[in-house]
Write a protein that binds this ligand. Structure first.
Ligand code: CO
Length: 468
């Protein structure tokens, strides 16, 4: 047998897998009992935190995401904890000033994050630099994720060039983030081998099963030298989620890539999550449609999440018959806007504008604020130029910027702190507020109300209302 080169595995069950399949609704209480077993597997890392988990915790589950992170840190004694970070947008939807980005990275590391996966929806590396530098400073592992997409501009040379620049900017590893499952098996061979020829950084591959090719893509990527792959334990694998952990482990058994993982232990972990999956299927939270192969993803090169967004937007407008017209408009709008990858938030921007263009019967008759912001350079630089006529029609004579968008932002931490001071119980609260001002305020009020209830209970006890 050739020299051993065990493939490393990042388990996504605590972040991407439940985000992709059950709208990020798994609670901390559902996760904690299995942490001790997961910690024994030997995962390279466990992905457990990110934009949607943070948002859903505060908004729907009424949980403090920081508290969840601290509990993970207590439980995972041997395993690295990983998070997903939207560059200058942190875990939110708008660019933040550098002082907020730096403080968020500092607090994430202090509360237990080891690896920060940082991406930008335009692959504009200037939007990643502050977070990468901050992660370096905190001693966290800074992984830069390149949003994978197809299009004229995205040649092998494009990926090689950007990988070189990622290494120069101080990243510790590179991730190819294929959110739509577009990377085909033989393309993966080419991409990974070519990237390996220009960078010495470890390379991780993240993909989704949406289009049905993901486990084959992993096989070819591993043979081509990829270092780490992202998988989900089987009850929350496949469909719009990742390939199954146990299947990939078994695939490489007895080869030079053997993970050495204990399948019995993985089976116990799967047994734990299966009833949670069954319950979600029964309640409708897990839609069986998301478990199959969605071949439209390959045809239209649109991420699965974006397809379901378009369907619901059209349904709201009573215009479901326009679905295919909108799908054909998406690549045109994407080209007009400089051909960005389609990932949060560019996927929402391109999708919504495409819906408007079709429903209004005239392209760019109605233009969203976000479309204008892209066309004035406020999200950063796109790989291709904007269509000049579209730009003129949408923004008129408005000023177009070419600098790093955050260079125009004043420090904002102090202002944010003064706005939420009355609710502050821990330093981290200001960051929750910065990302989701309304949702966080609602949560702070809820937290306050819960405390009052508990106090009242104690007061009653003191008055002898409860038997001792
Ligand atoms: Co993903």
């Amino acid at each position: 047998m050739a020299e051993k080169k065990p493939i490393k595995i990042t388990e996504t069950i605590l972040r991407d897998a439940h985000q992709s399949l059950i709208a990020t609704r798994m609670t901390t209480e559902q996760m904690l009992p299995i942490v001790e077993k997961m910690d024994k597997v030997g995962y390279h890392s466990v992905e457990c935190w990110g934009g949607a988990t943070f948002d859903a915790s505060l908004r729907f589950l009424k949980e403090d995401p920081w508290e969840r992170l601290r509990k993970f840190r207590d439980g995972f004694k041997n395993t690295k904890l990983q998070m997903l970070f939207r560059g200058q947008n942190i875990l939110g939807y708008r660019p933040y000033a550098d002082d907020v980005v730096e403080y968020f990275v500092q607090k994430s590391a202090a509360n237990g994050i080891d690896i920060i996966r940082i991406f930008d929806c335009l692959n504009d590396l200037r939007n990643l630099q502050t977070a990468v530098t901050a992660a370096n400073k905190e001693g966290a592992h800074a992984q830069v994720a390149l949003s994978y997409t197809l299009g004229d501009a995205y040649t092998i040379d494009y990926w090689k060039d950007i990988a070189r620049r990622v290494e120069e900017m101080g990243a510790n590893s590179i991730c190819i983030k294929d959110m739509a499952g577009l990377l085909l098996p033989y393309k993966a061979t080419e991409l990974i081998s070519e990237l390996k020829s220009v960078t010495s950084l470890p390379i991780q591959l993240h993909t989704h099963y949406t289009s049905g090719v993901a486990s084959m893509t992993y096989l070819k990527a591993v043979e081509a030298g990829v270092d780490v792959i992202d998988t989900a334990i089987s009850p929350f694998a496949l469909g719009t989620s990742q390939p199954a952990t146990e299947v990939m482990v078994e695939t490489f058994k007895g080869t030079e890539y053997d993970t050495g993982f204990d399948q019995n232990l993985l089976a116990e972990i799967a047994d734990y999550f299966r009833p949670i999956r069954d319950e979600a299927l029964e309640s409708g939270l897990l839609n069986p449609k998301n478990l199959g192969v969605n071949i439209k993803t390959l045809l239209y090169q649109v991420p699965g999440g974006m397809l379901s967004n378009l369907t619901s937007q059209l349904k709201e407008q009573g215009a479901e018959d326009k679905y295919y017209e909108v799908l054909e408009e998406v690549p045109r709008v994407r080209k007009d806007l400089g051909e960005p990858p389609l990932v949060t938030p560019s996927s929402q921007i391109v999708g919504t504008q495409s819906v408007f263009n079709v429903l209004m019967g005239e392209r760019y008759k109605m233009v969203t604020k976000e479309t204008k912001d892209i066309l004035t350079g406020h999200y950063g630089a796109t790989v291709k130029p904007f269509d000049p006529e579209v730009q003129k029609k949408c923004i008129g004579d408005a000023e177009v910027i070419t600098c790093r968008p955050a260079d125009l932002l004043q420090p904002e931490l102090k202002t944010l702190e003064s706005e939420m001071e009355q609710y502050k119980e821990q330093d981290e609260d200001v960051l929750s507020y910065a990302l989701f001002p309304q949702v966080a305020t609602e949560f702070f009020k809820y937290r306050e109300a819960q405390k009052t209830k508990v106090d009242a209970k104690f007061a009653d006890t003191e008055n002898g209302a409860y038997p001792v």
